[in-house]
Design a binder for this molecule. Structure first.
Ligand code: 4NP
Length: 152
């Protein structure tokens, strides 16, 4: 089983969307039992809060219910708990390396790393563009799922 932690700044928009979308994609491919997926924040701004309503609605439109999710902050212990820690943008990666005391095992990567156009996922908390964020997250999850499925 591969353990993946999706990480963003607040854990109420992008990383919960990535958590639920990746899990849904894996389940639809019959690979649900090969992955354990969770998400967390680099900041403590939104601790304990549910997924932000526009992100929740976006997931709901894909047939995904994320009502049980509450934001939590990542800790250094997550580095040992997970095989991969996927950030949404370079700034997340910097914060993740700071929290983890570096990345000695090369576990910290960008969600959109396996894309024809690797890039940051803009924060919809600021852009208000949840459609683009969702499409980018789907592209990122698809890329990682293909790479990891071929690796196993
Ligand atoms: P996220 O968006 O990192 O995609 O969850 C944000 C949500 C909340 C805040 C920042 C980003 N905030 O500062 O409260």
């Amino acid at each position: 089983m591969i353990r993946i932690l999706m990480v963003c700044l607040g854990n109420i928009c992008r990383s919960p969307m990535a958590e639920y979308i990746f899990r849904d994609m894996a389940e639809k491919r019959g690979l649900g039992d090969q992955f354990y997926i969770a998400s967390a924040a680099t900041s403590n701004e939104e601790l304990g809060n549910p997924v932000y309503p526009p992100a929740r609605r976006k997931l709901y439109s894909l047939g995904i219910d994320c009502s049980g999710k509450r934001a939590r902050q990542m800790t250094k212990a997550d580095y040992q708990e997970y095989d991969l820690l996927l950030g949404m943008e370079q700034w997340n990666l910097n914060n993740m390396r700071r929290i983890c005391g570096g990345d000695p095992e090369g576990k910290i990567h960008l969600l959109l790393e396996h894309s024809a156009r690797p890039r940051d996922i803009a924060d919809p908390w600021y852009t208000d563009d949840f459609d683009t964020a969702c499409r980018d997250i789907q592209e990122g999850c698809q890329g990682w799922l293909e790479v990891l499925d071929n690796r196993q």
